[in-house]
Design a protein around this ligand. Structure first.
Ligand code: UDP
Length: 459
């Protein structure tokens, strides 16, 4: 009997992209698994472009949009995502009902043998359990971040003050110590809803039959081994790095940035991008532009707001500004790209590693400061600029780090290290590699659910 799994994606590109990769790898393993990939609300143009690449063996379903009209205008993005998932559950229930009642025996769609959600989706566990479907979690961030979630219930009790006011850093097993101010955004104010949501979800991770971690052993070896060693939590499977491939198609270059890169010397261009939604304030934008100009380095900068006055003209052929969106994986895979100034979103981080490109860590929101701490202090593949007391990185500092990365000794160190990790990533994903084996193990467990649980019926 064929086996089907349902994957529920949180909103946003950073969630959908790795899940599309995960779905593709799972069906390609050849264990007879098919996938229904569920998104919430009509997909945006960028999401649609990604969903259009899915092979026939993966069915995409979009649930009706949920209304968030009752929320205040300044609601935190994490809270909006948690609520979106919890409000879509009635529609998800209908999808599961259809899949489990199909001919009574799953002969058309395959027996439902698992629901995979990402870290915003643990409320969906309740629905899956109604149908007797085992639940798994896809964790789209670092092992350090997962470790923080596992330890949150005890941290919450043992540290009664705000994390940012703690004198000593937090020590998570196998991870570099981290100061409270570098913990993810929801941890910065315990009185706010975002923290309450995180606190609600973290203990629920333990209900998963397994946690699929988008990371790999070489990148976070000691943190991963402390997670995989412990028997008391669900098994953690490091299956990454799952990122989109950087193959070039002519349709990928509407802005002409890849053609521009073709004309630049090898390894000479700093790529600058702050993720799918990251923006800088006008003061920071001005300092960054001035610092880039001072550095004298070539750059390709994705900006989401109008660029600082006169800047494009002054940097002439040395720089290219792309409005809104660049084909990032192709840019990072291009031979002319020699560095990446990044907000340290986890997908961007993995894409940089897979392409052997060292980073300037410029974290903005979510868990990015934590990623930056790990990338600089542990993986040693990034340089982090010092932020001024007013929260702005000054132009001199921008110029210093850009030059250090692109032509300094510090740059040579991080470049050498990221090239080693690039090799490590390739090995992990190749046949017999650690991530490939872990994914295979997950696929076999999912198939076993089919045999052990071939009576999933609606209750
Ligand atoms: N991305 C892209 N072009 C852009 C900006 C982002 O292709 O101009 C992609 C990027 O390659 C990555 C994803 O969008 O796969 C962003 O995910 P990440 O986790 O890095 O950050 P988020 O946007 O979720 O903060």
């Amino acid at each position: 009997m064929a086996s089907r799994i349902v994957i529920l994606s949180g909103t946003g590109m950073g969630h959908l992209i790795p899940l599309v990769e995960f779905s593709g790898r799972l069906v390609r393993l050849g264990h007879g698994l098919s996938v229904t990939l569920v998104t919430i609300g009509p997909p945006s143009a960028a999401q649609k472009a990604i969903l259009d690449t899915l092979p026939d063996s993966i069915t995409a379903v979009s649930l009706p949009p949920v209304s968030l009209d009752d929320l205040p205008g300044d609601v935190r993005p994490q809270v909006a995502t948690f609520l979106t998932v919890s409000r879509c559950l009635p529609s998800l229930r209908r999808v599961l009902q259809e899949l489990t009642s199909d001919d009574g025996d799953g002969s058309k769609t395959g027996r439902l043998c698992g629901l995979v959600v990402d870290l915003f989706g643990t409320d969906a566990f309740d629905v899956a359990e109604e149908f007797g479907v085992p639940c798994y979690m896809f964790f789209p961030s670092s092992s350090m971040s997962l470790s923080l979630s596992f330890h949150l219930p005890e941290l919450h009790v043992s540290m009664p003050c705000e994390y940012k006011d703690m004198v000593n850093p937090v020590s998570l097993p196998g991870c570099i110590p981290i100061y409270g101010s570098d913990l993810p955004d929801p941890f910065q104010d315990r009185t706010k809803d975002a923290y309450k949501w995180v606190l609600h979800h973290a203990p629920r991770y333990r209900r998963a039959k397994g946690i699929l971690l988008n990371s790999f052993e070489d990148l976070e070896s000691s943190s991963i081994s402390s997670l995989t060693d412990t028997m008391s939590k669900p098994p953690v499977y490091p299956i990454g790095p799952l990122v989109r491939k950087g193959e070039r198609a002519s349709s990928d270059d509407p802005t002409g940035c890849l053609k521009w890169l073709d004309q630049q010397p090898r390894g000479s261009v700093l790529y600058i991008c702050f993720g799918s939604i990251g923006t800088l304030g006008i003061d920071q934008l001005t300092e960054l532009a001035a610092g880039l100009e001072m550095s004298g380095q070539r750059f390709l900068w994705v900006v989401k707001v109008p660029n600082p006055k006169g800047f494009v003209k002054r940097t002439g052929e040395r720089g290219l500004i792309v409005l809104s969106w660049a084909p990032q994986t192709q840019v990072l895979g291009h031979a002319s790209t020699g560095g990446f100034m990044s907000h340290c979103g986890w997908n961007s981080t993995l894409e940089s590693v897979v392409n052997g490109v060292p980073l300037i860590a410029w974290p903005l929101y979510a868990e990015q400061k934590m990623n930056a701490v790990m990338l600089v202090g542990d993986a040693k593949i990034a340089i982090r600029p010092t932020v001024g007391e007013d929260g702005v990185v000054r132009r001199e500092e921008v110029s210093r780090v850009v030059r250090a990365l692109m032509e300094g000794e510090e740059g040579m160190g991080v470049r050498g290290r990221v090239k080693d990790l690039q090799e490590g990533a390739k090995k992990a994903l190749s046949e017999g590699g650690s991530s490939c084996k872990a994914l295979s193990e997950v696929a076999l467990k999912l198939r076993q659910n089919n045999t052990n649980n071939n009576n999933n019926s609606v209750v």
